[in-house]
Ligand binder design. Structure first.
Ligand code: ADP
Ligand code: ZN
Length: 731
């Protein structure tokens, strides 16, 4: 893009705002002029909104009518490479540009004049009456070392109304001050002593550092079993990036992981990096955003949306656990943070490190094809060996009805408890029982709004819909036949498994880790730290436990149902099961004690189960790659999902049918369309969902064809149409 850099006062300029208006709007440059990339405030109807000067305006309108940009904001201008990135990401995901800008400006108070914010700090006076609410406010400030908070953040953190804070201020127990401008973060020191790396680690680190030093774009897949030191290795690449004076971004899949990670960064570089995720307070978000643009932050650790921060000079993006499904944003703008990370790096001249024990087939194939470099860490660090893996053939075990722990698994758990070690039972199902059935009429209780069964959650004593979150008390009588006392749970969830474990091991301390059982990320972190320190004997968990947490005393993992993920028609079912089982098994034996993983299965001869047991990873990827290649599906072909949703099922099918019949632009590009069909989850929150699937050869211009195809569509009232490029989940 070559754009005039400066627009004189009164010149027409195109301004992109985050308002859903389609494209840019024309304004007149303000007094003093403005330049492409400037963040500005513009009048829009009765309001003033944030915008970015995108380029020259169309001109040709009546200059008397056009409105002028209100002012240029005191923010680092958006860099050309960031504008390119937003435009390319918008084109790739078929998202309107304003929605992309919204992602890139998700920090509050960007239009506030500097110093206009006020914060509260502890005062000297003691409040007259220390109510609970007041104590919480003072507690929050104490916990944060006397740091100041804006009114909103303080109220949110303490769970109190504004009146409570203002009351404390009136008494002098809090003082209100003008906030200092956002301050740069403390400097990280890349030259503090690192751990002495092993030979393999040193080679891998040297290769990554070499890339960072050379500058320019490049992506490396860093593959290594859990505990092989991938984190140690990529932190050296971060160090090299910091030495060059460039910024580093590390993406992690789960907030719960960051506590341990932050401590490791601090140990390596002397201070903590900045954080960016949903748990970060408003004032801090603004600070990270601004410092990214001004170069006042060297390293950001964050969730996928950190990719849209306005880094001044991004030199390295690490995507840890790159195969993790949570990198795909499934609501709003449907983008994959790994893929967008590679795009951003290619535009910024940055390096990418994709780290995983079990890479996505996409990344594996890119490495095979030579598009990505690949580094392998073959062994676990130190004395830790890979866990020994074995199947428990459920066809040969006598497991009573309503029980899920086989005699073999039970003996293995008992053995570990006697040795004073920990055992984990893994079941990827939240709640008590996935199905509640009426023994009188056979009716299964479903959600009224969704095509989903209600899941019993016994701790809460409610039935919950895992699609829409709707919940209801467990009824006494069957909602269908009205007979009382015959409703029964069918199948296991982690809560029910905990009940069984408690009956089998009455002496054991049992901890259940499931995302719905924790009120906050902090509560979860505390629980995990407690368990790691030996606070439980048996850990029962959903996939939450599969990710990265280090439990040094854990030496046995029992997978209750290894077949669970293999059911269903999802093209990634095998890959996901392989990754999840590998990851879960990898929890065992991280310290000096050897670990063991037992997989309960009804199909020990299934190729995926066999590959897991044999530890034959390359064999698995190769076989999986062959199948996908033969079917022409990702990563060897391209796909897009179209979801039409409406309260009116017929309208959704009618439009779907029309689209299928008018697929000329798709066929011209060599693509095929399948459907319309009811989506696998055919109704969510009262909206019927109809799906079309588009399949195209690898090189096809899929986005252009989709745009042409969908251009004539006029959406009827209450109908929504979402395009999902490279769909990850097929719901
Ligand atoms: P991964 O990211 O591959 O799971 P980590 O980097 O977390 O592996 O390493 C696993 C454990 O081994 C961590 O506690 C880490 O500090 C330790 N470790 C790895 N390599 C070394 C090393 N060279 N020296 C000391 N400790 C190491
Ligand atoms: Zn529901």
């Amino acid at each position: 893009m070559s754009l005039p850099r400066h627009f004189d006062q009164g010149a027409p300029v195109a301004v992109l705002t985050a308002q859903p208006l389609g494209g840019t709007l024309d304004y007149l440059a303000p007094e003093g002029g403005c330049a492409a990339g400037d963040f500005v405030e513009v009048p829009l109807g009765p309001r003033r909104v944030l915008g970015v000067v995108w380029g020259p305006g169309e001109g040709g309108f009546d200059p008397g009518k056009a409105r002028a940009i209100a002012r240029v904001l005191d923010l680092a201008p958006m860099r050309p490479e960031m504008r390119d990135f937003l435009a390319r990401a918008a084109a790739y995901t078929l998202t309107p540009l304003p929605a992309m800008l919204r992602l890139a400006t998700r920090a509050p108070g960007l239009t506030d004049p500097p110093g206009a914010r006020h914060v509260y700090r502890p005062g000297t006076a003691v409040p007259a009456r220390l109510t609970d609410a007041r104590a919480r406010v003072l507690g929050v400030l104490r916990d944060h070392g006397g740091m100041g908070f804006g009114l909103r953040d303080l109220c949110d953190l303490a769970g109190v109304s504004a009146g409570v804070v203002k009351g404390l201020a009136a008494q002098g127990a809090l003082i209100e001050q003008a906030a200092p401008r956002d301050a740069p973060y403390p400097r990280l020191d890349p030259d503090l002593p690192a751990k002495a790396l092993t030979g393999d680690q040193r080679e891998a680190a040297a290769a990554l550092c070499e890339g960072v030093r050379a500058g320019g774009y490049g992506t490396t897949l860093l593959r290594g079993v859990t505990g092989s030191g991938k984190t140690e290795v990529y932190l050296e690449a971060v160090a090299e990036c910091l030495r060059k004076g460039r910024q580093a971004l590390v993406l992690l899949p789960e907030i719960a992981l960051t506590a341990e990670f932050l401590a490791r960064v601090e140990a390596r570089f002397g201070t903590r990096p900045a954080e960016w995720h949903s748990g970060v307070g408003m004032a801090e978000r603004r600070r990270v955003w601004k410092m990214a643009g001004q170069g006042g932050v060297q390293m950001v650790v964050g969730a996928r949306s950190a990719l849209f921060l306005p880094f001044r000079d991004l030199g390295l993006i690490v995507v840890d656990e790159e195969h993790d499904g949570s990198y795909k944003q499934e609501e709003g703008v449907l983008y994959h943070a790994r893929d967008m990370g590679v795009l951003r790096a290619s535009l910024a001249g940055a390096r990418v490190v994709l780290a995983s024990a079990t890479p996505s087939l996409e990344s594996w194939a890119n490495a095979e094809a030579g598009k990505y470099a690949r580094l392998d860490l073959p062994a676990r660090f130190g004395a830790a060996a890979m866990p020994e893996l074995a199947a428990i053939d459920l066809r040969a075990e006598a497991v009573p009805a309503g029980r899920w722990i086989s005699p073999t698994l039970r003996r293995a758990v008992a053995g570990r408890l006697e040795a004073g070690e920990q055992a984990m039972l893994f079941l990827n199902r939240r709640g008590y029982a996935p199905v509640t059935v009426c023994r009188a009429c056979g009716h299964q209780i479903g959600c009224e709004q969704c095509d989903a069964r209600m899941v019993e959650h016994r701790f809460q004593n409610r039935l919950v819909c895992h699609q829409c979150g709707e919940s209801a008390p467990v009824p006494m009588a069957c909602p269908s036949c009205g007979v009382e006392g015959r409703l029964a749970p069918v199948g296991p969830g982690v809560e029910r498994l905990a009940e069984e474990a408690a009956a089998l091991f009455p002496e054991a301390r049992i901890a259940v880790l499931s995302s719905d059982l924790f009120a906050s990320a902090r509560a979860l972190k505390e629980q995990i730290a407690g368990i790691a320190a030996g606070g439980a004997d048996i850990i029962i968990g959903t996939q939450l436990v599969a990710k990265g947490h280090n439990f040094p005393l854990l030496t046995l993992v029992g997978v209750i149902d290894a077949d669970l993920g293999l059911q269903g028609s999802d093209l990634r079912a095998a890959e996901r099961t392989f990754q999840l089982m590998h990851q879960v098994a990898g929890r065992a034996g991280r310290a000096e004690r050897p670990g063991r993983a037992l997989l309960q299965t009804h199909q020990p001869e299934h190729p995926v189960i066999r590959a897991i047991l044999a530890g034959d990873e390359e064999g698995f990827w190769r076989a999986e790659a062959r199948e996908r290649q033969a079917a022409g599906v990702p990563p060897y072909g391209r796909m897009a999902g179209i979801i039409l949703s409406s309260p009116d099922m017929k309208a959704a099918f009618d439009l779907g049918g029309w689209l299928a019949r008018h697929a000329g632009p798709l066929r011209a590009a060599g693509a095929e369309v399948f459907g319309p069909a009811p989506a696998p989850i055919a109704r969510i929150r009262g909206r019927h969902r109809v799906r079309l699937l588009v399949k195209a050869p690898k090189g096809a211009a899929l986005q252009a064809a989709l745009s042409d195809w969908l251009a004539p569509v006029k959406l009827p009232a209450r109908m929504r149409l979402a395009v999902d490029i490279d769909p990850q989940s097929f719901y």
